[in-house]
Design a protein around this ligand. Structure first.
Ligand code: FES
Length: 148
């Protein structure tokens, strides 16, 4: 795909994601039609960039770094606590659409690991016992998650 078309494609994907919160099947086919390329080509670009999601995202995005430095500093324990508190495995969104939990490999703040990012805000040296508070700071009532 030529550079100019790829640039247009990425622009349209960003636009679709900011409108719908993710890249829907409809968005893929209408972008493919608009740029006169195949849906497979659009899909290939969507899956290449981590910034794009093929599934609806939660209102709050919770990301934990599972890179080597964070891993040795206890990230697996923090991930367990996040999964237990939210009731979902990494990569999923809670049924009520409030939280999406994701993992990444290194966000460049290794000395401060383990790192948890909640709605774009970085938290360093996170301890398991702080996880609930971090989630509650979004303003959501976590007890509702238990009722589902
Ligand atoms: S490994 Fe987590 S910030 Fe680098």
């Amino acid at each position: 795909m030529e550079d100019r078309k790829r640039g247009q494609l990425i622009h349209l994907l960003h636009q679709a994601q900011s409108e719908e919160g993710y890249i829907s099947a409809n968005a893929i086919s209408s972008i493919a039609e608009k740029l006169n390329i195949s849906e497979g080509e659009v899909f290939g670009v969507v899956t290449f960039y981590k910034a794009f999601s093929l599934r609806p995202q939660g209102k709050h995005k919770v990301t934990i770094c599972m890179g080597t430095a964070c891993h040795v500093r206890g990230a697996p324990l923090i991930l367990d606590e996040l999964e237990r508190t939210l009731g979902i495995p990494a990569g999923e969104t809670t049924e009520d659409g409030l939280f999406t939990l994701e993992t990444v490999n290194c966000v460049g703040a290794c000395a401060l690991g383990p790192i948890v990012i909640v709605d774009g805000e970085y938290h360093g040296q996170v301890k398991s016992r702080e996880v609930r508070k971090l989630l509650e700071n979004t303003g959501e009532n976590l007890n509702r998650l238990k009722e589902q």
